[in-house]
Structures are given as structure tokens and as C-alpha cells.
Design a protein around this ligand. Structure first.
Ligand SMILES: NC(=O)C1=CN([C@@H]2O[C@H](COP(=O)(O)OP(=O)(O)OC[C@H]3O[C@@H](n4cnc5c(N)ncnc54)[C@H](O)[C@@H]3O)[C@@H](O)[C@H]2O)C=CC1
Ligand SMILES: O=C(O)[C@@H]1CCC=N1
Length: 289
């Protein structure tokens, strides 16, 4: 560990699945020093005890300790649900300063609204990661406020590259990116659920149906990555003229498979935008985090 990130104090506000996924990657890849990783939540002590023992990080829900974590941090990562943003931001506002970097993973929350809620021009990085960050195979979209300097940009990129790939986009693309890669793992799991169910209905035992589905999805994803061929071309190679796959693709087309996936992406994007808009831009006064 010899870079800026290893020296940085990183405070995660919210100790749920996204916070754990990112912290785990940073610590396991030795990109961050666990002693400098602080995690806090509202009240779940069992969760904090697990995080402390699993990763050797510091975790607390005690108000005074949380205030200290936030004030001392170089990087503050916002990992609460959109519904908790207004109260959390009211609590955070007096504790933050413009020398810190703020990173948000909150779906739909625009940089402009975050600045209004915090009444601050501190540097803000808006991100949209996904849960595959847990195993280092995440895909994170990222946009920067005008106040983010090159050092902070590199710091944020390095943080999320520790848990997968990073794609920098204009902020107005982050909602559709949410539809593709933020929610995307759920579509793949849903597809797998359906394939396993159909295999069982057709007579396979459950274990075989699961293993065959898993290896098929894994193999197909690796084929795209390793051969660098277009998915459409790889699909054509599976599809013998008038063969079994042609019959199945025609069935998918009859059930409007492509349209269904497109609608999934667009509905996720629309809901992310709506959740962001539902966060009021003036912050109530709250209790300590
Ligand atoms: N789960 C996912 O696949 C993804 C989630 N996100 C975003 O990540 C954020 C968090 O999602 P999850 O980790 O799934 O949620 P979660 O429900 O697992 O965790 C939320 C955490 O926030 C804490 N919290 C709430 N208010 C707080 C406050 N005022 N102070 C301190 N802690 C507070 C809760 O105690 C909890 O630990 C959301 O905004 C979501 O939009 C982004 C990309 C993917
Ligand atoms: O469902 C959600 O709202 C979050 C954003 C993308 C994945 N999970």
C-alpha cells in the first residue's frame, strides 16, 4: 500500500450491501487500510460487529463516534437508501467540509440536488455501482461535479476499480446506466431462475438444472469477453439453420424478449430518476447520524 488511497480515511455512511461490497474490495485488494475505513449505520449492532470482525474496519452507530468518523474522513461515501437521504444529509451538513471528497452511490440523486441539500460546493462524485462489486466484478458508472480536481478523480476511479470496471459518463446518462448495469444483475438472475424452472419442468433434477444454467451463463459471458465477438455473432454460431436454437429464438421473439429487456432498462432508469426527484431539495434539521 503506497498510494493516496491507502493513506485516506474513508467513511461509509450506511452499512448495507453496497457499502460492504465496496469496502470488502478495497480491503481485500489492500488498496485501503482497514484501520482507516469507518462504517456507520442507524442502529444494527450485529451488523457492525460482523463488519468489524470480518474486515478489521472501524464501525459504530454511536452518534459522537460517527460525528468524529465523518469530520476526520478524507472521503465520505454515501450509502443509504434514497428515502433516507433527506434526514441523513441534514445530519451530515455541519460535519462536512470542502476539503473532503463526497462520493454518492444513491440511485437517482443528482449532483445539483446533493449540493442544495448540503448547501455546499464540496467536490461530489456521483456513482452507480452494482452488487457484483462484492466479488470484484462490479461495473460502476461515474460522473464528477465541477469541483472535483484530478487528484480526487483518480482517487474515486481507483476506489471503484478495486471492485470492478469504471465507466465515466455525462451525468444525464447515469439513469440509463442504472437500467443497464445497476439493476442488470437482477435481470440475469431472473433469466436464470426461469431457465432453472423450465429445466425442472422438463424433467431435469434441480441440482443439474442449476449447474447447467450457471455454467451456460458463465460460459456465454466469458465467450463475449474472451473472443471479443459481438453477442449477435456468437448467437448466430449457436443457431443452426432450422435447428433447435432457431426454434427457441423464434419463441423468444414471439414473446417479445428484446422489447421486454428494453422496457426493463427504461423502467429502471425512469424509477431511478423518479426516486431522485422525490427527494426534497431543502433539508430538514435532523438528529446526529
Ligand atoms: N443494492 C444495489 O444493487 C445497489 C444499490 N445502490 C444504491 O446504494 C444505496 C444503498 O443500497 P443498499 O446498500 O442496497 O441498502 P441497504 O438497505 O442494504 O443499506 C442502507 C444502510 O444505510 C443505513 N442508513 C440509513 N440512514 C442512515 C443515516 N442517516 N445514517 C447512517 N446510516 C444510515 C442503514 O442503517 C443501512 O445500513 C441506495 O441508495 C441504492 O440506490 C446503487 C447501486 C446498486
Ligand atoms: O433497485 C435499486 O433502486 C438500486 C439501484 C440499482 C440497483 N439497486
Amino acid at each position: 500500500m503506497s498510494n493516496a488511497l491507502s493513506q485516506a480515511k474513508i467513511a461509509f455512511v450506511g452499512a448495507g450491501s453496497m457499502a460492504e461490497a465496496i469496502a470488502r474490495g478495497l480491503i481485500q485488494k489492500e488498496v485501503a487500510n482497514p484501520q482507516h475505513v469507518y462504517m456507520m449505520n442507524r442502529s444494527n449492532q450485529d451488523r457492525l460487529a460482523y463488519l468489524r470482525s470480518e474486515y478489521g474496519l472501524q464501525a459504530s452507530s454511536d452518534p459522537a463516534t460517527k460525528d468524529t468518523f465523518i469530520r476526520e474522513a478524507d472521503v465520505v461515501v454515501l450509502c443509504m437508501k434514497p428515502k433516507d437521504v433527506e434526514s441523513a444529509f441534514a445530519e451530515l451538513r455541519p460535519l462536512l467540509n470542502e476539503g473532503q471528497l463526497l462520493i454518492s452511490v444513491i440511485a437517482g440523486l443528482s449532483i445539483e440536488k446533493a449540493e442544495k441539500l448540503l448547501q455546499s460546493n464540496m467536490p461530489i462524485v456521483r456513482t452507480m455501482p452494482n452488487t457484483s462489486s462484492t466479488i470484484g466484478l462490479g461495473a460502476t458508472g461515474m460522473s464528477f461535479s465541477s469541483k472535483v480536481n484530478d487528484t480526487f478523480k483518480q482517487l474515486a476511479i481507483q476506489m471503484f476499480e478495486a471492485v470492478g470496471i469504471v465507466t465515466i459518463v455525462d451525468e444525464d446518462k447515469l439513469e440509463v446506466l442504472t437500467g443497464v448495469s445497476g439493476s442488470g444483475p437482477a435481470y440475469v438472475y431472473y433469466f436464470m431462475e426461469a431457465m432453472i424452472k423450465a429445466g425442472i419442468e422438463g424433467g431435469l433434477n434441480e441440482e443439474d438444472a442449476k449447474q447447467l444454467t450457471l455454467q451456460t451463463v458463465l460460459g456465454a459471458a466469458h465467450m463475449v469477453k474472451i473472443t471479443k465477438e459481438d453477442p449477435a455473432e456468437l448467437r448466430r454460431k449457436v443457431t443452426s439453420p432450422n435447428g433447435a436454437t432457431q426454434a427457441s429464438i423464434e419463441a423468444l421473439d414471439r414473446y417479445q424478449f428484446s422489447e421486454a429487456v428494453a422496457q426493463a432498462v427504461f423502467h429502471s432508469a425512469a424509477r431511478a430518476k423518479e426516486m431522485g426527484e422525490q427527494i426534497a431539495s431543502s433539508s430538514p434539521v435532523g438528529k446526529s447520524v
